[in-house]
Design a protein. Structure first.
Length: 289
């Protein structure tokens, strides 16, 4: 398949995700209206939709249709959005803007923002369970829900955020930063790939290769985010310790390139069928150029 056709297929997947997200949000006209409005504001305010796109690409890799994992793909985006709402709170990163718009807590207040984040997490569990029940045995459903729980919990997002908040610049080494990025950023990429892979019945070797891929591009994506923030960031970004500040911009770019190289290498077992995931990895490598 030509690159142009591949790119068109990724654009189509993003359009499918946008409509699916809107369909799966509670109606903004139903109570509690302010919380539902905050959920809509947070989820539908743009974004690359890279994580759910990965989920749908995995389905295609396993010869399954995107609709077979669409609930789970939307669940991952709901978790991602919830993490951004919480990240921006005054007690966390204290960011007044997200994607060039006022943050959720600025528009709706801190209490409503927190409740909207919790509601998105609850919806994520419901969507994942529904998707798994359609395709798997009870044991398989439990395994998928456990994967989602580990992604969110103190072995994943929460731990990464805690380390990010409590570490001082003098304490942060490249090794500590790499581990933080794996927990705070890569873990959602891992879930976006592991959950659909489980849903469609990929074997252990395939799942292990995809986990390597997801971890590598997850960390690379965060590094390229740092590079972009370093070029266009605000005063709030100045205190952050990143690979950009530790290794310099050139060093950070080299590390991101190495990670993407490792990610694409992990796809070798899939042959030409891994082309769509390779294209996503190339996007991660070049997005900060």
């Amino acid at each position: 398949m030509a690159d142009a056709a591949l790119m068109e297929s990724l654009i189509e997947l993003k359009a499918l995700i946008e409509s699916a997200l809107l369909e799966r949000l509670p109606s903004a006209d139903s109570e509690p209206r302010d919380i539902h409005a905050a959920m809509h504001y947070a989820v539908m305010s743009g974004g690359k939709r890279l994580r759910p796109t990965l989920a749908l690409a995995v389905a295609e890799l396993g010869n399954a249709g995107p609709h077979q994992v669409l609930d789970a793909a939307c669940a991952i985006e709901f978790v991602h959005t919830a993490s951004l709402i919480l990240d921006d709170l005054p007690a966390m990163d204290n960011a007044d803007f997200r994607r060039s718009q006022p943050s959720v807590h600025v528009v709706y207040g801190e209490a409503t923002a927190i409740l909207a984040a919790l509601a998105l997490l609850a919806e994520a569990y419901a969507l994942t369970a529904r998707n798994a029940k359609e395709l798997m045995s009870a044991e398989g459903v439990a395994d998928v829900i456990e994967t989602l729980s580990r992604t969110i919990g103190t072995a994943g997002l929460i731990r990464g955020q805690h380390v990010d908040l409590t570490s001082t610049a003098s304490e942060v080494s490249p090794e500590i930063l790499d581990e933080t990025y794996r927990q705070k950023a890569a873990v959602l990429f891992q879930a976006a790939i592991a959950i659909p892979a489980k849903l469609i019945g990929m074997d252990e070797q395939q799942q292990a290769a995809l986990e390597v891929y997801a971890t590598q591009i997850g960390v690379a994506f965060q590094i390229t985010d740092d590079i972009i923030d370093g070029e266009h960031g605000t005063a709030e970004d100045a205190h952050k310790c990143t690979f950009n500040t530790i290794l310099g911009e050139a060093g950070a770019r080299r590390k991101a390139s190495e990670l993407v190289f490792n990610a694409t290498g992990a796809l070798q077992i899939f042959g030409d069928r891994g082309t769509q995931l390779r294209m996503i990895a190339e996007y991660v490598a070049t997005r900060a150029q």
